[in-house]
Design a protein around this ligand. Structure first.
Ligand code: AMP
Ligand code: GLY
Length: 424
């Protein structure tokens, strides 16, 4: 089978890498992909938001499966266009992708399905915004209703800053802002595959959303991740399936908009139990980099089963008994205004560290040289027998990569690795 992957990031590079290692896959194509993906797949330049172009390409290539990576094409209906062309597609319809595309819609579905989540108020003007802030109190959580590439949320105890962000969402965003109760507790990402009816969980991971060490600085798309989570309750996955994923998938089916693809459950473990922080309608980036590094089952058959209603008949997934850590190398200025064009070197040297592979995100080639072309430039991924070993290898890899002005967090998986050491 040949497969087409849509997207440009390190998540898509991780997907392409896993798919190209599947013996059932004869060729991988990517649209538009990036220079790292180009080493494993044939690249096809096109606008990933253009559903007709993606569907035409899939038909022309005769692929057996299309995998849509990022949220924007899903919300724009790219999966619908591919499905209409008769090709199996891993990714929800535009209607189902509203679970990510509108935070207000996600809240409505969670309420209908009795899924535990933060109390929320939706405001469409300034007086309603101010009233919502005062009703729920500090710390304030203010979210743009629509897609914002991981930067639409501000969590602050400063009422003026909360008001200013809310006002910006009202004027430049979609005109709606969601104010939420603050959820206090560690966050977990669990990806749950769905074929519209049945669900299959992957393994939990933890993402580091803030730009700087000790969770300081602004929110980003994610600066690093690790899996497994030695500190998480052993019932976590079952709890999420029972309390969150199955009721949500059932509610989407009941509404006539079945969810096919991956339901990204962003969760907080609070004193009141599990609470949903957010749903996404796609794989998380950078969590996918560590989750797929641990998956032993060939990926293509799993995604095809989800795309074609076959998850109920899928044998249980197999996982490597290894830990994985990824560290994101970000360009100068990220998550603010980023500087592009700086040379990126040392990737081969990084990959000589045992257990390390480097995935591209914001890279481009310029006259034969690899240069930075986006905020998150690379994901350096490492596996090892323990989190401590995987972490040491990932940072040894990062040290060998050179990108002028770049920054990365130094504390990815640090606390978890320490807790693992305590256990021994
Ligand atoms: P979201 O875009 O909804 O995923 O939010 C991005 C990040 O903001 C989350 O990963 C959390 O770190 C933080 N966040 C979002 N909602 C809440 C909440 N209700 N309470 C505390 N932190 C939150
Ligand atoms: N890692 C966060 C996200 O993919 O949204």
């Amino acid at each position: 089978m040949e497969i087409l992957v849509v997207g440009t990031g390190a998540r898509e590079h991780a997907l392409v890498r896993a798919l190209s290692q599947d013996p059932a896959v004869t060729a991988v194509h990517a649209a538009p992909g990036n220079p790292g993906i180009g080493a494993l797949a044939t690249l096809h330049p096109l606008d990933p938001l253009d559903g007709a172009a993606v569907a035409d390409l899939a038909v022309r290539l005769g692929v057996g499966l299309v995998v849509v990576g990022p949220e924007a094409p899903l919300v724009a209906g790219v999966a619908d266009a591919v499905r209409a062309a008769g090709i199996p597609v891993f990714g929800p319809s535009a209607q189902a992708a509203r679970l990510e595309g509108s935070k207000a819609f996600a809240k409505e579905v969670m309420a209908a399905a009795d899924v535990p989540t933060a109390r929320a108020l939706v405001a469409e003007d300034l007086p309603a915004l101010a009233a919502a802030l005062d009703r729920l109190g500090a710390p304030y959580v203010v979210k743009d209703d629509g897609l914002a590439a991981g930067k639409g949320v501000v969590v602050t105890s400063d009422r003026d800053a909360a008001l200013a962000h809310g006002e910006a969402c009202l004027t430049t965003g979609g005109g709606r802002v969601v104010v939420e109760e603050y959820l206090d507790g560690p966050e977990i990402s669990l990806f749950v595959l769905s074929d519209g009816t049945d669900v299959v969980p992957l393994v939990p991971a933890q993402d580091f959303k803030r730009a700087h060490d000790r969770d300081e600085g602004p929110n980003t798309g994610g600066m690093g991740a690790y899996s497994p989570l030695p500190w998480a309750p052993t019932t976590l996955v079952d709890d999420v399936l029972r309390e969150v994923a199955r009721p949500t998938v059932a509610e989407m089916a009941r509404r006539g908009t079945p969810f096919v693809g991956v339901l990204y459950c962003g969760l907080a473990l609070t004193w009141r139990g599990l609470q949903v922080v957010e749903f996404n309608a796609r794989f998380g980036d950078p969590e996918t980099q560590v989750v797929l590094a641990r998956l032993a089952t060939p990926l293509a058959g799993v995604l095809l089963a989800a795309a074609t209603g076959g998850l109920g008949a899928l044998p249980p997934l197999e996982w490597r008994d290894e830990a994985a850590v990824t560290v994101v190398v970000a360009a100068h200025g990220y998550p603010g205004t980023v500087r592009s064009g700086d040379p990126v070197t040392g990737l081969d040297e990084a990959e000589q560290v045992p257990g390390v592979h480097v995935l591209h995100a914001g890279t481009a080639t310029d006259g034969g040289r690899l240069v930075a072309s986006g905020g998150r430039v690379l994901s350096v991924v490492a596996t090892g027998g323990t989190l401590t070993e995987a972490r040491a290898a990932a940072y040894a890899g990062v040290e060998r990569v050179h990108l002028p002005g770049s920054h990365h967090r130094g504390d990815i998986a640090l606390t978890a690795a320490a807790s693992e050491d305590d256990d021994r």
